[in-house]
Write a protein that binds this ligand. Structure first.
Ligand code: OOB
Length: 523
């Protein structure tokens, strides 16, 4: 596929020969499970494996009838709903590629994604979280808008129901879907994941996490996020005959009743949700005893809080340090408690290659902090249609520069010590500093802008925008600035939490804005 960077042939041969890549297709994830078993629960809706399979097959036929075909790209922006799972399975079966946007994205992100991906369709809810996605859709120039709900002038998802037809399946080496990178530069990047690498991603994860037919997997993070989708996530649970329960959010009053009612055994959360749950237990009376494992990842989970989980929530913690780009690290279910508390896990696969390097790219001695570089059977070799960015983000021999600073223990476990990339990790939501700065620079009163992460006890980090205001202008208030960003169609999680005005930016010896010194001004 044009714009996709695959693995060199020698690596392909090796990953196949060593059994990491098999011939599986993502659309076949339900195969082999008893059709009468329960597969998916969302609100009042309950689907067995047989029903989910039929709905996916009928929707696949509907998409083909609409005029979509193998190789087409579709931006999917759906909340946690049966339509997300059905639509995704349908597309994967016929080789239509979903580009997984987050529900919080707005015109700025969606317009860009539709353009970059050359999307033919955009799949949305009618109204979600008070936002009418159809209005957003009217600003795009895609051929088809598919609406889950009241479709107005668009195509209704319900109408995509058609009698199954024969179709040509994709090949295991084809790109199956696009995930979004957290981003460090002006605009987010697309990560093409192939059938065989993503099947390996969730199957190996399901193995390490002990998923099986008795797994009750609760989805509280956006289903479009790699963590909830395939680590082991929705796909991992379905591949093992487990039950997937969709929640609208991680709020205790949404999640706890579902844990009790559905006998949920495992859930993936970001640290702020874990903290919320630790606090909420004392004032809730739900029975959480079915919960066996709380997976925590997306941002660093403090050791002091990790040790509290078993006593307070009555389950084990599993730390997960992953990335949409590929590499996943998990603490293992039988790791000693101290290791589970302090480390962010070790690589999923024996074929994951890890290097920890200094600023010159030399390996640091074991146990010392350096940048994590990685290569492996489910880690990308390049972002989609981004050659210039790829030249910087990968070594000549194909290692991905994660921008994460880690320390590696003798056991192979990694401890995340910080970050080198210019990104703010706001409780697991990633904000590319440069992207936000570019929006801030568009404000008439702003001469220059620098976004930095400020430590926060709950979110891990919050965003502070340092502004140099144009001479004679008054600085915008935080409220005005948020309104301004909203009017530009920027997702709300990227809004600054705080603004500071400053006369000049501190600089590094090479003349770059020193974000370290800026952050230090606040503490
Ligand atoms: C997950 O994926 P992304 O793509 O949203 O973000 C990846 C970045 C990592 O490079 C790292 O900077 C940070 O998020 N991160 C963590 C972490 N997990 C992710 N930093 C510290 N501790 C952790 N446990 O965030 C993601 C994807 C799959 C599974 C889990 C998380």
């Amino acid at each position: 596929m044009e714009g996709f960077v695959g693995w060199p042939a020698e690596f392909e041969e090796r990953y196949i020969a060593e059994g990491y890549w098999k011939d599986g297709l993502l659309g076949d994830v339900l195969n082999g499970v008893d059709p009468d078993r329960e597969a998916l629960v969302c609100g009042e809706e309950r689907l067995t494996y047989g029903e989910l399979d039929r709905r996916a097959e009928r929707t696949a036929a509907g998409l083909l009838r609409l005029g979509l075909k193998k190789g087409d790209h579709v931006v999917v922006q759906l909340p946690n709903s049966p339509s997300f799972v059905i639509g995704l399975l349908a597309m994967m079966r016929i080789g239509v590629l979903p580009v997984l946007a987050l529900p919080a994205h707005r015109e700025s992100e969606i317009g860009y994604l539709c353009e970059l991906a050359g999307a033919r369709a955009y799949f949305i809810p009618d109204v979600h979280g008070g936002h009418d996605h159809r209005e957003l859709a009217r600003k795009t120039s895609v051929e088809f808008v598919i609406v889950d709900g009241e479709a107005q002038e668009f195509v209704s998802f319900a109408d995509l129901d058609a009698d199954p037809v024969p179709y040509e399946k994709p090949s295991p080496s084809d790109v199956a879907l696009f995930l979004l990178s957290g981003g460090t530069t002006g605009l987010p990047k697309l990560i093409g994941r192939t059938h065989r690498d993503y099947v390996y991603n969730y199957e190996a994860s399901a193995e390490v996490c002990g998923f099986g037919p008795d797994t009750g997997y609760l989805v509280v993070l956006p289903a479009a996020h790699n963590f909830a989708l395939a680590c082991p996530g929705i796909l991992g649970a379905l591949s093992r005959g487990g039950k997937v329960v969709l929640a609208p959010s991680g709020a205790p009053d949404a999640a706890f009743p579902l844990i009790e009612a559905e006998r949920v055994t495992v859930c993936a959360v970001v640290p702020p949700i874990a903290l919320l749950w630790l606090d909420a237990v004392s004032w809730s009376d739900e029975d959480l005893s079915s919960l066996e494992v709380l997976q925590v990842g997306g941002a660093k989970f403090a050791a002091e809080r990790a040790v509290q989980v078993p006593g307070v929530l009555g389950c084990r913690v599993q730390q997960v340090f992953g990335m949409a780009e590929g590499l996943l690290n998990y603490t293992r279910l039988d790791d000693p408690d101290e290791l589970v508390a302090v480390s962010q896990g070790r690589p999923l696969s024996p074929a994951d290659e890890i290097r920890v390097v200094d600023a010159e790219g030399e390996d640091v001695p074991s146990g010392e902090v350096g940048e994590l570089l990685t290569r492996g059977p489910y880690t990308l070799r390049g972002y989609y249609r981004a050659p210039a960015h790829n030249a910087r983000s990968f070594t000549d021999d194909g290692f991905y520069r994660t921008g994460d600073l880690v320390r590696r223990l003798a056991s192979g476990h990694l401890i995340v010590e910080g970050r080198e990339k210019d990104q703010i990790n706001r409780g697991g939501d990633k904000v590319a500093a440069e992207e936000l700065e570019n929006h801030l620079l568009a404000h008439p009163a702003v001469h220059d802008a620098a976004a930095v992460g400020v430590p926060d006890p709950v979110m891990g980090e919050r965003t502070c925008a340092f502004l140099i205001v144009r001479e004679g202008d008054t600085p915008p208030t935080l409220r005005e600035l948020k309104e301004f960003l909203k009017s530009r169609g920027v997702a709300a999680y990227k809004f600054p939490d705080r603004i500071e005005t400053i006369d000049v930016f501190p600089r590094t010896p090479v003349g770059k804005v020193s974000k370290k010194q800026l952050a230090a001004l606040l503490t």
